[in-house]
Ligand binder design. Sequence first.
Ligand SMILES: [Zn+2]
Length: 510
Amino acid sequence: MQMSFELSAAIALTLAASMVRAESPAVYDVWIRNGTVVDGTGNARTQADVLVSGDQIVLVGPVDAGKIKAKRMVDARGKWVVPGFIDTHAHGDATEQSFVSFLAQGITTVVLGQDGGSMSYPGDDKLPLSTGMSLIDQRGSEVNVATLTGHGTLRDLAGIGNAPVPTAGQLQAMKDRLLADMQSGSFGLSFGLEYAPGRYSQIAEQKALGDLVGQHGGIVMSHLRSEDFDKIGGAIDELLQIDAHVHVSHLKIVAGQRAAEADAVLGQLERARAQGKWVTADVYPYLASASSLHFLYPEWAKGREAYEVAVKQRRAELEAHLRKRVEERNGAQAILFVGGPHAGKRLSEVAAELKKPYEKVMIDDIGYGGPAQAHFLMADAVQDRFIYADQVMICTDGAPGSGHPRSAGSFIKILEEFVGPAPKMSLERAVYKMSGLPAQTLGLDRGVLAAGQKADLLILDPDNLHSRASWTESTLRPSGVDAIYVNGRLAYERGEPAGKFGRMLKRTQQ
Ligand SMILES: [Zn+2]
């Protein structure tokens, strides 16, 4: 009797408290007023307020100002309020490196574990992926982190190395690890088919793993076997054989020149979509890739040992091959050294200074692989088509401290060059490609400004947006990024980071 009296008293108290709350003005954490809201869905911009409570957006729309109270009020008149950007292809170790250069360009989520290599963290060659994931949760990160499982890492862990065909036991070991990773929250699988050991794998192995990802609702992202103008079609066909949502990483055509070449690739992806396949891609807005001289070596000189043997025994043949490959890839003026003693100079300039042909310079003076280089392999006519295309989102392909300006400039560069004074696409389309589309691709509860979504959002000053990173100053932060909220917390303001509020994101189980 007594107990039930206490119980009903408690209920009465709770009811009274909730009635009082309903009648008083609500207190929200953040109230962004009068901004131009571009919500990330592609829908037309609206003038609206945004209310945030905890880590969630609770309202986007008109508010009754007299009834609202907030701990932080921001006047966003004349500013764009957009979802935090999602970078679907990034590199680096989020447990040990700073991702401020990503955050500063409006990125609030990165997808790691790319190009066949699982996300790195201390002990990653022995420990399960879940250990690295907890480490990010413990240490915090400037940005949210999602990750894939790397096919090359699976191969290494299963002891396959560079063998073309795994044994049944090795294949099973790869599948077990992949499934364990996905149960821990990995979003799927990444291939790096232009790198060792991925390049040695064959389609049966790729399908065994990729189809498994498809059965569990994950995504397969691939650095294709080749991005060369005459081989990319075949490389895309290889990826399309996998029964899963497939995604082409950093879409480009090496030495592509004409828009028609891009249209052929886009047509190939579109035809697969018309047959019911889910096919997406990402692209970064620079004409140079970060690279190494390895890409220029013939098959018989790939790997340090083979290369050294080739220099000794087949030097004339190697020189001829290097010259042919460099000429195919826009010539020696297209290779810019970003690190090492020749930093800031093109291969053509170094050859002129040393007064010898560049292929001899590569062998005698630069050495195996060389220091970091930028290879100017792309053309605007081709890349602009990719950037505009349906189902293609924006990425950086960057890494902290990489020396490539894409790691600090990509997303604001899109707004500056594609939406700016001579627009090549609408603001709404650009924002969709940087937030809503990648969120849909990964199944995230962020990337769109709507009630119930996680509060990753940006306040941008459209009159002042400049992507300032360059080849000589690759980490310069952009201007015009007024404020960044990550999971509802103010993470960046007026050019400076304000805290690590990013989380490890985990794929929702299916
Ligand atoms: Zn790649």
